[in-house]
Every structure is written in structure tokens, then in C-alpha cells.
Design a protein around this ligand. Structure first.
Ligand code: URA
Length: 211
């Protein structure tokens, strides 16, 4: 696997031997983005078939301390359900583990992580995946795809099955993209998102059948 663009947040610390040890490290480390309060850890069983990777926790995730529990998470849950994927059997995490935001009055406004910030968080994501050993890792959107590939990856051009830094992967849109798009385009884009989820389900089933 490419090691070039991987930065260890704490170089003196050896690779953790368990997910619990990794999560303790992440939870104790200071945020590497502006605004971040607490680390939002990945959630799900060890050795899942599928790991879903988002960009970063949002406002509601930061409050709850859990990934994908806000509006984007509800779309993800619905699409998974329609595709026959049980979220509880998958692992859901983020490329960046803290909510980067700008305070405007009482509101905390999401701020996109820079490529440099994504790179700083990459070592943790790699450790997470090495410990989880999923059959398939799914990048939800361009930030996750960049974090997993170690280089910029346009979603429209690379959507679908792909090898991400040596791992069997799949690139699809980020569910929050559906929230932001014009009303008249939403139904079709959501249908395509569900079609991706069904394909992800089939890909994993096929791997299981071949094993
Ligand atoms: N968006 C993400 O990328 N991750 C979350 O956990 C929530 C929203």
C-alpha cells in the first residue's frame, strides 16, 4: 500500500493492536481541524463486510458522538434499507474524525476539510481499515475517496467499483449532496444512490459466494 501521503499524528506511537486501542488514541488526540470539539469514532462490528467512509462528522454527529446520525445519515440509512443492507452489520466512519466548523452567531457552520487536513487524519483511517479488514470499503463522496486513495478522486469519473490504495473499494456520492441539489433532480439522484447501494450489496455477496 502507498505510504507516501500518510502522516502519523503521533510518530512515536506504534500501530495500535486493537480497534479499542486505536479509538482510545483518537479520542485522546487534539483536533487537527478548526472548531473540532470531540472525536466522533467509527461505529459498527469488527470485521464487517462493508465499511462506509464519510467526510467528517456534522453538527448533530458532534453532539451525539456518533457518525451519520443527522440529515445525511437519515438518507444513508434509508438507501441502505432499500438495498437490503443492515447498517448494524456494517461499520460507519469518517475520513476526518472531528467536526470542522465556523461559528456564526449561535450556528456552527460546516467547513470542508482541506486536502492537508484529510492527509493528517489518514493514518488513523488506515489503522482503522487494517484492523477492520472489510471485504469492501465504500467512499461516500470526494473527501472520503481522496482519503482512501491517497490522491484526489473525482466522484463522477470514478463512481463504482475501484481499487483504493490496494483495497477493494467503491466510490459513490455523499448523501448530503442529495440534500443540496435542486428539488427537481433529487428523485433521480436518490434512485442512482440506491442503485449503488444494491450494487455494493451484490459485490459483497458475490465475494462471499466465491470464498
Ligand atoms: N457527513 C459525514 O460525512 N459524516 C457524518 O458522520 C455525518 C455527515
Amino acid at each position: 500500500m502507498a505510504a507516501k501521503s500518510r502522516l502519523r499524528p503521533e510518530p512515536e506511537i506504534a500501530a495500535p493492536k486493537s480497534l479499542a486501542a486505536l479509538n482510545r488514541l483518537i479520542a485522546a488526540a487534539p483536533p487537527m481541524v478548526k472548531g473540532g470539539t470531540r472525536a466522533v469514532l467509527g461505529e459498527g462490528p469488527l470485521h464487517p463486510d462493508i465499511v462506509f467512509v464519510g467526510e467528517q462528522p456534522g453538527d448533530q454527529e458532534d453532539i451525539a458522538g456518533k457518525p451519520f446520525v443527522g440529515p445525511a445519515g437519515r438518507i444513508l440509512d434509508k438507501a441502505m434499507q432499500e438495498a437490503g443492507i443492515d447498517r448494524k452489520k456494517t461499520y460507519v466512519t469518517n475520513a476526518v474524525k472531528h467536526f470542522k466548523f465556523e461559528q456564526r452567531g449561535k450556528k456552527r457552520i460546516h467547513s470542508k476539510p482541506t486536502a492537508g487536513e484529510v492527509k493528517h487524519y489518514r493514518w488513523w483511517l488506515e489503522q482503522e481499515l487494517d484492523l477492520l479488514r472489510p471485504k469492501l470499503v465504500v467512499a461516500l463522496g470526494a473527501t472520503a475517496a481522496m482519503a482512501l486513495a491517497g490522491k484526489p478522486m473525482a466522484v463522477a469519473k470514478n463512481r463504482g467499483p475501484i481499487i483504493l490504495d490496494g483495497r477493494p473499494g467503491f466510490i459513490t456520492i455523499h448523501p448530503s449532496f442529495l440534500l443540496r441539489m435542486p428539488e427537481e433532480d433529487k428523485a433521480e439522484a436518490y434512485k442512482a444512490f440506491v442503485a449503488d447501494m444494491k450494487r455494493i450489496h451484490r459485490l459483497v455477496d458475490r465475494q462471499k459466494d466465491a470464498a
